[in-house]
Design a protein. Structure first.
Length: 178
């Protein structure tokens, strides 16, 4: 009787583990699009010529892509507001790392009732591996500038130039397929 319960629990667990692994395996980088569920780009006007722009990627989005999408969005905001250049006055890259653990060789799985709550019990598992999963968010405060900037520095960008150079690397949602 006990073996049958273990067997039925494992047979119920197997499809859930398979579905989870398929979802994880199909994770694609965050597409260049307005933020939905916290992932994507957004901007906020702070003053007449100042904006805060950000792009947040998922764990499949490399840091370089997140930074490029931020610059691309800053260029779009600049042109949409009738300006030609933007200057980054503050930029931050934030990262969040979580650890995903994979267990293999599980011989039994069950739940034990202890003081009115359920606690999972794993026994006889052979190995467990953890790997870091990191996601990035890039934020910048920008000043939009009409015409030629008064000074040429490494924090001032020509918006049209940025769109031209980064445009081929931008992946939009309709271009992403599973």
């Amino acid at each position: 009787m006990l073996e049958r319960r273990k067997s039925s629990r494992l047979s119920l667990l197997a499809p859930a583990l398979l579905a989870t692994s398929l979802i994880i395996g199909c994770t694609q980088p965050t597409a260049y699009a307005p933020a939905v569920g916290g992932k994507g780009y957004k901007e906020q006007q702070l003053e007449n010529d100042r904006y805060r722009v950000s792009f947040t990627g998922n764990s499949a989005t490399p840091r370089e892509t997140v930074e490029n999408y931020l610059l691309y969005r800053a260029a779009e905001v600049t042109l949409q507001t009738g300006h030609d250049h933007f200057r980054i006055v503050r930029q931050e890259i934030e990262s969040e790392t979580v650890y995903r653990t994979t267990l293999s060789g599980i011989n039994s799985f069950g739940f034990s009732r202890f003081h009115y709550y359920y606690q999972p019990i794993f026994s006889n598992f052979a190995t467990g591996t953890s790997r870091p999963i990191t996601s990035y968010e890039a934020l910048a405060n920008i000043i939009v500038i009409a015409g030629d900037p008064n000074e040429d520095d490494d924090q001032t960008y020509d918006a049209r130039d940025v769109l031209e150079k980064l445009g081929p690397t931008i992946v939009r949602p309709q271009a992403m397929t599973n």
